[in-house]
Design a protein around this ligand. Structure first.
Ligand SMILES: Nc1ncnc2c1ncn2[C@@H]1O[C@H](COP(=O)(O)OP(=O)(O)OP(=O)(O)O)[C@@H](O)[C@H]1O
Length: 257
C-alpha cells in the first residue's frame, strides 16, 4: 500500500492514484527524463508545462506504458506498473489517453469509434457500450454527429469526439497530450471547455499543455519541465504569480510576454 496524502481542502486522506518515483528515460545516450517524481491524487488536475522538447510527451508516454523506462517506478492504483511482468494492455484499460492528432479510426463512425474499446477491451455488451457512448456524446454536444465519419467533422469536433472516446472506457486517469496544439485557434476553446467540464466533475487528469491561461484555470498542480527534469511544481496561483525557480520565471516571461 502506498503512503497517504492529505487533501487540505476536504480534510480527507486520499491514497495517491499515481506515484512517479525518480523516473529516468534515455534514448541512446540522450537523457530525456531525469529523476522525475510526481504524485497524483484522485481529482487532481496536473498540467505539465515547459518548452518544446522538455519531456512532457515522453513523460505521458511512459505513464501510459507506450515507452519503457530506464530507472524509477510508476505506481498506479498501488501497482508498480514498471514491473516488466505487468501486462501493459491491462494497465492501459484503466487509463485514457488523447493525443494531439485525434487518431479516430477514419473508417468508423464517431459512435463506432466510441464503442470499440469498451466492447473489445472491456467486454461490455453492445447495447450497454452504445448507451454509454451516446450519453457521453450527448453530454458533450456531439449527439448529432454520432453516425458520421470523422472526416465530416471539424478538427474541434473530432478532438472532442476523441476525448469522449477515451471517457467511454471510464478510465480512472485521463491523460491529454497537447490536445489543442493541432487545432485552428477558433476551435481551441470548444475542446478546452470539455476539459474544464471534466475537471469540475472531479476527473483525475495529467495533461501536457502550452495553454497557460487554461492551465492556470483548471490545474490543481502545475509542473514546469526543463531538460527532462521537473524544476518546479506548485499550485497554479503560486506558479503563475510567484514561481520559485529562475528558469520557471524566464519561461513564463517568454510565453506570457
Ligand atoms: N523516439 C524518440 N527517439 C529519440 N529522441 C526522442 C524520441 N521521442 C522524443 N525524443 C526526444 O526527447 C526529448 C523530449 O521530447 P518530448 O516530445 O517529450 O518533449 P515535449 O516537451 O513534449 O515537446 P513538445 O512540447 O514539442 O511536444 C526531445 O529532445 C525529443 O527530441
Amino acid at each position: 500500500m502506498t503512503s497517504l496524502t492529505k487533501d487540505p481542502s476536504q480534510e480527507v486522506e486520499l491514497a495517491p492514484l499515481l506515484e512517479v518515483r525518480s523516473l529516468r528515460k534515455a534514448y541512446g545516450d540522450r537523457v530525456v527524463l531525469d529523476d522525475v517524481s510526481l504524485t497524483v491524487a484522485p481529482g487532481d488536475v496536473v498540467c505539465l508545462i515547459g518548452s518544446s522538447g522538455s519531456g512532457k510527451s515522453t513523460l505521458l508516454r511512459c505513464l501510459d506504458l507506450l515507452e519503457t523506462v530506464d530507472d524509477g517506478q510508476i505506481l498506479f492504483e498501488g501497482d508498480d506498473i514498471t514491473d516488466p511482468r505487468v501486462d501493459a494492455k491491462r494497465v492501459r484499460r484503466r487509463m485514457g489517453m488523447v493525443f494531439q492528432a485525434y487518431n479516430l479510426f477514419p473508417h468508423l463512425t464517431v459512435l463506432e469509434n466510441c464503442v470499440l474499446a469498451p466492447r473489445r477491451a472491456h467486454g461490455l455488451r453492445s447495447k450497454a457500450a452504445r448507451e454509454r457512448a451516446l450519453e457521453l456524446l450527448e453530454r458533450f454536444g456531439l449527439a448529432e454527429h454520432a453516425h458520421k465519419h470523422p472526416d465530416r467533422l471539424s478538427g474541434g469536433q473530432q478532438q472532442r469526439a476523441a476525448v469522449v472516446r477515451a471517457l467511454c472506457t471510464e478510465p480512472t486517469l485521463l491523460m491529454l497530450d497537447e490536445i489543442t496544439a493541432a487545432l485552428d485557434p477558433e476551435l481551441v476553446g470548444e475542446v478546452l471547455d470539455i476539459v474544464r467540464d471534466l475537471a469540475a466533475r472531479g476527473t483525475t487528469m495529467v495533461m501536457a499543455t502550452h495553454e497557460m491561461a487554461f492551465a492556470r484555470d483548471v490545474a490543481t498542480t502545475v509542473c514546469f519541465l526543463e531538460g527532462g527534469r521537473i524544476l518546479e511544481q506548485a499550485p497554479p496561483d503560486v506558479m503563475f504569480t510567484d514561481p520559485a525557480h529562475p528558469r520557471t520565471r524566464a519561461f513564463l516571461r517568454r510565453v506570457l510576454g
